[in-house]
Design a protein around this ligand. Structure first.
Ligand code: NAD
Ligand code: DAU
Length: 358
């Protein structure tokens, strides 16, 4: 086994691509990046790595167990980090099949390949190997305004097909540690934002629509609360858990930055008002439009991240204000990227999701 090699899955998506860039900047070792390149995966996110000898890109599916097995045999990684997933709640409501296929069946084949590989390692390598599964705070369900934040011990109560499929994958990972002794780690993180996020998610969608001068759709009355974490802080947390996490353990990761959706939207509009003023000094706020709510919309997520802080020493470096300023600037500076990812099928999705809302 080559301890420094990592098999990253889903590394052409939002968080995965940020993680791959983070690892290569830190010169951690060889990154083998397995991604199916669904609508959410974009090779452009990795373009500047084209000549980087420490990055190997493979287009493929985590559900293809023999492909995964051959990659493990060839590159002998010391860790697998699993980002690959269908990740958008609204898409899981209009079409849950892909979520079950990738998040549940795909994770099963990936971890099964990992187990077979791990069993063939020497005793030292078996104890050094890690399978890190990247999950979400949504598996814990929803909170009311004054409820305590989610802890690692909070009972699972997923409410959407997306969160149910992620919960199922978390349970598989737990079972593979408990039954076979595979050294697994699971991280449950709150909402991420930052560069390369596909503009179907709230923050990049708001920036995109505002700059185009089209309506900014806010579900319900905009009072739902999310805890926001800048993506690089999430990547640092994953690296830290890989290095120092206890096999079989779960770590909650959060930004300690709870905001209502309306607060998030107003923050983006205020930054844009400063950076790209509209004609006649109209605020971008004028584009906010309240639309039909998401079915089963979770009211609030909040993360208690004291375990990872206490045991591993991780804490976020960005505040919501610094992270949002960087994010809005990135989207303004990468208009060509936004243009490329919002043509074709993106328009069909916008019609499917927003066409039916009043
Ligand atoms: P994303 O949708 O931007 O990217 C997912 C990536 O996985 C894409 O590159 C896609 O091509 C790839 N993929 C999908 N199905 C695949 C398959 N069967 N085989 C191989 N690759 C496949 O997602 P993201 O927002 O970067 O999220 C990454 C992970 O982090 C997911 O597991 C998600 O549940 C979790 N997560 C996301 C957030 C968030 O706020 N975005 C927060 C917490 C946890
Ligand atoms: O909490 C972690 C999760 O965060 C991740 O596991 C998911 O992969 C990720 O997509 C995200 O889920 P959310 O549903 O919280 O993110 P989204 O950006 O879709 O929505 C954020 C909030 O904004 C949510 O309350 C719904 C609302 N919203 C979203 C869209 C797309 C709107 O009001 N209008 C919109 O157009």
């Amino acid at each position: 086994m080559n301890k420094k090699n990592i098999l990253v899955t889903g590394g052409a998506g939002f968080i995965g691509a940020n993680f791959v860039h983070h690892c290569l900047a830190e010169k951690i070792g060889l990154i083998v990046n397995l991604d199916k390149l669904t609508y959410a995966g974009n090779y452009q996110n990795l373009e500047r790595l084209a000549y980087n000898a420490d990055h190997v890109f493979v287009r493929g599916d985590i559900a293809d167990q023999s492909l995964v097995q051959s990659l493990l045999d060839e590159y002998q990684p010391g860790a697998i980090v699993n980002f690959a997933a269908e990740s958008h709640v609204d898409r899981s409501i209009t079409g849950p099949d892909d979520f079950i296929q990738t998040n549940v069946v795909g994770t099963f084949h990936l971890i099964e390949a990992a187990l077979q590989y791990w069993k063939g390692l020497s005793a030292n390598d078996r104890s050094a190997f890690r399978f890190l599964h990247v999950s979400t705070d949504e598996v814990y369900g929803t909170l009311q305004k004054d409820d305590p934040a989610f802890m690692e011990t909070t009972a699972y109560a997923p409410n959407s097909p997306y969160s149910a499929s992620k919960a199922a994958s978390d349970h598989l990972v737990r079972a593979y540690h408990h039954t076979y002794g595979l050294p697994t780690l699971t991280t449950n993180c709150s909402n991420n934002y930052g560069p390369y996020q596909f503009p179907e998610k709230l923050i990049p969608l708001v920036i995109h629509n505002a700059l185009k001068g089209i309506e900014i759709p806010v579900y319900g009355d905009g009072s739902n609360i999310r805890d926001w974490l800048y993506v690089t802080d999430h990547c640092r947390a994953i690296s830290a858990v890989l290095d120092a996490g206890q096999p079989g353990s779960v770590y909650n990761i959060g930004g300690n930055s709870e905001k209502t959706n309306l607060e998030v939207v107003h923050t983006i509009c205020a930054i844009l008002d400063q950076r790209v003023p509209r004609e006649e000094n109209l605020s971008y706020d004028a584009l906010i439009t309240f639309v039909t709510d998401r079915p089963g919309h979770d009211y609030r997520y909040a993360i208690n991240a004291s375990k990872i802080r206490r045991e591993i020493g991780w804490r976020p470096q960005e505040t919501f204000e610094t992270g949002m300023a960087k994010t809005v600037k990135w989207y303004i500076d990468h208009a060509a990227w936004v243009e490329n990812v919002t043509t074709g099928n993106y328009q069909k999705w916008i019609q499917t999701n927003y066409g039916q809302r009043t």
